[in-house]
Write a protein that binds this ligand. Structure first.
Ligand code: OAD
Ligand code: ZN
Length: 241
């Protein structure tokens, strides 16, 4: 049964009590914080298709810094949205695992813990060559600084197209999906694998599935319950009381 925004029942007030909730978020949850989405009107890839083509595995770090500099520069002053805050304030917090495709760190800023950052974190830097640990770094470098350990160019600690996910993130999300009884996707176009496949994994495990997105997407049909509208309106209703 598909439902609309007019009939949002808070997840804490449903006939069934959900114990293991997986929340998957995408760029749409951060849009009202002033960060651009990737696709659709005003999207980073829509405005600069060449950026998406350039940001693939093996891209030179100078290009990554150039392409992502504006977004990185915005991160220190960007605040979590009402949607991020509603998820972080849900009680019991232990029932919720947040998996995000976003690299903006806003779930952590809102107070969520144990966030699985599937595509990495833009405010962290790592070596493009050696295994020196990644570190916090909010500076928007114009060109790639050298790795203090091996001298190779440093790069933002994010997952580029055609790169593998981090092992911990991949295992953590598989584990969470295997156990989940409620799966909620928020503000994602559902076009990037593997996150796009999570709804099917969750359904297969018997979880109820909910999608919150500003507009209809091709992914709507994979969900049992769909709410169209701004995340800032719908998510606080779902997660609040
Ligand atoms: P997209 O830009 O593909 O999709 C954003 C979705 O958010 C769209 O479906 C919009 O309709 C929706 N949206 C926009 N504003 C919203 C609002 N206020 N409330 C609710 N929904 C809203 O972003 P993602 O699906 O996150 O990967 O993209 C997935 C990945 O593709 C990103 O993580 C990034 C990109 O390439 C990497 O950088 C590795
Ligand atoms: Zn190095």
């Amino acid at each position: 049964m598909k439902t609309t925004s007019q009939s949002i029942v808070p997840i804490g007030k449903r006939g069934r009590s959900y114990q293991r909730i997986v929340v998957l978020t995408g760029a749409g949850i951060s849009a009202s914080a002033g960060l651009p989405t990737f696709r659709g009107p005003g999207g980073l890839w829509t405005k600069n298709p060449e950026l998406a083509n350039a940001l693939v595995a093996g891209a030179h770090p100078d290009l990554m810094w150039k392409a992502l500099g504006g977004l990185r520069a915005a991160i220190p002053t960007t605040k979590p949205t009402p949607a991020h805050l509603a998820i972080a304030r849900f009680s019991p917090a232990s029932a919720v695992t947040v998996i995000t495709q976003n690299v903006d760190g806003l779930h952590e800023k809102a107070g969520s813990s144990g966030v699985i950052a599937l595509h990495g974190r833009l405010a962290r830097t790592r070596c493009s060559s050696c295994d020196a640990p990644s570190f916090d770094d909010e500076a928007p470098h114009a060109t790639a600084p050298p790795c203090p350990k091996c001298g190779a160019p440093l790069r933002p600690d994010i997952v580029m197209f055609e790169e593998s996910l981090g092992a911990a993130e991949e295992m953590g999300s598989k584990r969470a999906l295997r156990d989940c009884d409620l799966f909620i996707a928020i503000g994602t176009s559902g076009t990037v694998w593997p996150a796009s496949s999570f709804v099917r994994s969750a359904s297969f495990e018997g979880a109820h599935t909910i999608l919150v997105n500003l507009t209809a997407t091709e992914g709507d049909s994979a969900f049992a319950e769909v709410h169209h509208g701004p995340a800032d309106e719908i998510v606080p209703q779902l997660f609040g009381g």
